[in-house]
Design a protein around this ligand. Structure first.
Ligand code: FES
Length: 136
């Protein structure tokens, strides 16, 4: 064995010990990698307004009326506090909830999917039927 052979062996040992000390996660431990990833951003519901055919994002901190206005869509409105019913429209699909406890809707209207956009927020993607909607 030459002096070069012992140097090679010493460097191989260093490499092996460095590899085990670095403790690279194996493919059997994907959670080790997942911990390093940023949390996925919560998805923002999308609201489609028919028959206008426009879609806008409706974050939970905005009412449907506010989110539509930010997207350049004018929905019918007047009082903006859930009493005049000018903004009454029907949810064709999806789920919304109200920002106030007693919006001006009857039990039957709620059961049929009607909402007041000035006091409603999207909980899922929605399709709204608002024939009077227009672009700002
Ligand atoms: S604008 Fe009056 S109830 Fe919505």
């Amino acid at each position: 064995m030459s002096a070069g052979d012992s140097n090679l062996r010493a460097s191989d040992e260093k490499r092996e010990s460095a590899t085990s000390a670095d403790s690279v996660p194996s493919a059997d431990a994907p959670e080790a990698f997942a911990a390093d990833l940023p949390a996925a951003a919560p998805s923002v519901p999308l609201v489609r307004v028919e028959p206008l055919g426009r879609t806008f994002e409706a974050p939970s901190e905005l009412t449907l009326l506010e989110a539509a206005a930010f997207a350049g869509i004018r929905l019918p409105r007047l009082c903006r506090n859930g009493t005049c019913r000018t903004c009454l429209c029907r949810v064709v699909s999806g789920e919304a909830s109200f920002t106030i406890e007693w919006p001006g809707l009857s039990r039957e209207e709620k059961a049929e999917g009607y909402v007041l956009t000035c006091v409603a927020v999207a909980r899922t993607d929605l399709v709204l039927d608002v024939p009077e909607a227009e672009l700002l």
